[in-house]
Design a protein around this ligand. Structure first.
Ligand code: ABU
Length: 500
């Protein structure tokens, strides 16, 4: 019974050890219950409530803060309710996001990380984690096909920030004076991204003062792959107009279609015109772990920089994202400011291990440990197995949908990644001849089904319009816990809720 106990009874309180142990065991009990439910296919994915309901408070779950301390009993109830009204992103029927699953060893890694509660900016306060980061980054350089000693990299908060780093470092490589003089000292630089690339490249351009107007969209084919001839034409056009073509971002695994750009051809063009080549492999990078699927990223070894998020296909708990830079020293040169209070040059160890000065942050969360621990626990081959399994399931879904008359695939081609995009077309819509009316009605189908799925809490899958295509479902698989029966269930649910 924790009803008479408060935070002040826990360590460092005198005699706080016993209550600390009991309280933490009770918290672990709450977490274990949630974990068991997460893996129980019969449990709900979510218990959906609207923002106003959460703001008003639900059956003893009050999010408002009080001036007086609440009992530890209430704190435990709050822990339970926070999980209860959240979304079980590790549930085998959660298909909403590119990152899903709940890796138990990774979870243990997060618990340890939170317990260590340290900061990645200096070796002096994160010695073990810094060395782990170096070891894993070297492994990743090797996997992408770079020599392990001459490359560089850093773990950072998410793929968008990794992409921002790539542009920041590319700009510095061509114009180091930007660090001191700013954008006024530079010609009008432009960059090239595919129509299907992630929006973070435009965001990075805005943040770095390059401007979104200077992000040039390169056409894609019907599968969502960048068309190299259009890239070349756009580079030449930009040159003619007096711009400075600086950077190309190719994508390995686009967010919606899961497309892989032709990396070798993009590399040829970058080499020919002297542009920095970045590969956004936030989503597709995991396929490098698979002997069966890594060929889809052929040419990535020629990139100057790569974004790769282990929190997506590799199933590492959020967040775990990397930026890899082929040229060693650039990250430091670009970002180093040598703050005297933190990065003293006369420490007793090699201060190159104070990786904080490579970053645009100061404080940096320890994202490395969970990945290191999972890698230890399952080995490289464990990642390969889980990635192959997800790809097999995507193929199963694609082939299944092909046989169903109420479903239409957005791309009628075997999936390259785990993205499978499709429309559900209820019987009543199949009779409509007028294209405009059909589009208008079809556009409403996916959001309606999605909202019902969420209200009932049985499964979650994403949808979006794309280009000239009205709202369609985007199914993605990255959770090793998902089985064929979960895919069947999703299809049945869409049919159940969507039929006339
Ligand atoms: N950073 C892209 C994530 C998008 C998604 O999970 O759908």
């Amino acid at each position: 019974d924790f009803s008479k106990l408060h935070a002040s009874d826990l360590l460092p309180a005198r005699d706080g050890e016993k209550w600390t142990e009991q309280f933490l065991l009770a918290v672990v009990d709450v977490l274990l219950n949630y974990i068991k439910k997460t893996f129980d296919g019969k449990s709900k994915v979510l218990d959906f409530h609207y923002p106003h309901q959460l703001l008003e408070g639900l059956e003893g779950f009050n999010l408002e803060l009080s001036d007086q301390p609440e009992s530890l009993e209430q704190i435990l109830v709050d822990c339970r309710d926070t999980l209860k009204y959240g979304v079980k992103t590790g549930h085998p029927c959660f298909f909403n996001q590119l990152s899903s699953g709940l890796d138990i060893v990774g979870l243990a890694g997060e618990w340890l990380t939170a317990t260590a509660n340290t900061n990645m900016f200096t070796f002096e306060i994160a010695p073990v984690f810094i060395i782990m980061e170096e070891i894993i980054l070297k492994k990743m350089y090797k996997i992408v096909g770079w020599g392990e000693s001459e490359a560089d990299g850093i773990f950072c908060p998410g793929g968008s920030i990794s992409n921002l780093y790539s542009l920041l470092v590319a700009r510095y490589k061509y114009f180091p004076e930007v660090k001191t003089k700013g954008m006024m000292a530079l010609p009008n630089i432009v960059l090239f991204v595919s129509e299907h690339s992630h929006y973070s490249l435009e965001k990075a351009s805005a943040v770095l003062g390059i401007g979104t107007d200077n992000v040039i969209a390169v056409k894609c084919d019907e599968r969502g792959k960048m068309i190299p001839s259009d890239l070349e034409a756009k580079i030449l056009e930009a040159r003619k107009e007096g711009h400075f073509p600086l950077y190309v971002c190719a994508t390995a695994g686009t967010t919606v279609y899961g497309a892989f750009d032709p990396l070798a051809e993009v590399a040829d063009i970058c080499e020919k015109y002297g542009l920095w080549m970045h590969v956004d492999a936030a989503w597709g990078g995991g396929l490098l772990m698979s002997k069966k699927h890594s060929f889809k990223l052929c040419g990535i070894e020629r990139a100057n920089s790569i974004t790769w998020n282990p929190h997506k296909m590799m199933g590492v708990p959020l967040q775990c994202s990397t930026i890899l830079i082929q040229e060693k020293g650039l990250l430091y040169a670009c970002n180093q400011l040598s703050a005297g209070y933190l990065f003293q040059p006369d420490k007793q160890y090699d201060v190159a291990y104070d990786t904080g000065d490579k970053t645009i942050q100061c404080g940096r969360h320890v994202d490395i440990f969970k990945l290191w621990l999972i890698w230890k626990a399952k080995g490289t081959c464990g990642f390969e197995l889980q990635i192959n399994k997800c790809l097999d399931l995507a193929q199963y879904l694609y082939r299944n949908l092909k046989t169903r008359e109420n479903f239409q695939l957005v791309l009628d081609a075997e999936p390259e990644h785990t993205n499978v995009c499709f429309w559900y077309i209820p019987q009543s819509l199949q009779k409509i001849q007028n294209k405009t009316e059909l589009s208008r009605k079809l556009h409403q189908v996916a959001p309606k089904i999605k909202s019902q799925l969420m209200e009932e809490g049985t499964t979650m899958v994403s949808y979006q319009p794309y280009g000239d295509k009205v709202n369609f479902f985007r199914m993605v698989l990255s959770n090793p816990a998902t089985k064929k029966s979960d895919i069947d269930f999703l299809i049945e649910e869409i049919e159940r809720l969507g039929k006339d």
